[in-house]
Design a protein around this ligand. Structure first.
Ligand code: 5GP
Length: 183
């Protein structure tokens, strides 16, 4: 159902980024929880806005809290971890913040997001976890655009970190989408 746009962008407004398909989100979340259960994750970290939907389903299913990193700093929040993230779709830098109250050294974090592209958002989350002294035990995405290299970028900083994507796209063209098929 996605539409391939120029610049390697996949538009999925009809089931993820604008209208949302709860059945699909819940199925993906169930699979994420199944895959990462052995890591003993005790918190899910995501970024507003589109990572929240799959994360809240996963948090519900795994009975763990979900924290979403914020893209704008609320005036009421003093004690926070801050990192800079380059936005792939908007081509600009953002400050991303999480309150120090919600990221602790005792946390075993599963990071969940809608897309893995170049890995910038993921590196930002890794930085926030490092600042907090929290453990990062895995990352999971609804859609990974494998041709943009995010997985290698993450593994360069975090060798061997488990990364699981529900759909992996190997190429996008004018009106076509190529998926990685299961081996
Ligand atoms: P990265 O930080 O890995 O380069 O990009 C991931 C972030 O950019 C995701 O949080 C997602 O919101 C956005 N993003 C990257 N590529 C796409 C895309 O093809 N379509 C949509 N809708 N969002 C994308």
């Amino acid at each position: 159902d996605g539409r391939s746009l120029p610049g390697g962008i996949l538009k999925v407004d009809n089931f993820i980024n604008h209208q949302m398909d709860g059945d699909l989100m819940c199925s993906c979340a169930r699979e994420m929880v199944r895959l990462f259960k052995p890591t003993g994750f005790n918190k899910i970290l995501t970024v507003e806005a589109s990572g929240i939907a799959p994360s809240i389903f996963a948090g519900y299913l795994a009975h763990v809290p979900v924290v979403f990193a914020k893209k704008a700093t609320p005036r009421t929040l003093d004690d926070k971890f801050v990192t800079k993230v380059h936005s792939f779709t908007k081509d600009r830098d953002y400050d991303i913040i999480v309150s120090k109250e919600y990221l602790k050294p005792t946390d075993r974090i599963l990071f969940v997001d809608d897309f893995l592209a170049c890995g910038n958002a993921a590196l930002g989350m890794l930085d926030l976890c490092r600042q907090a002294g929290a453990g990062l035990v895995g990352m999971s995405f609804l859609i990974e655009k494998a041709f943009q290299g995010g997985r290698a970028v993450i593994h360069a900083k975090c060798p061997g970190l488990p990364i699981e994507s529900m759909a992996v796209i190997t190429a996008l063209g004018d009106g076509w989408i190529e998926f990685q098929t299961a081996n």
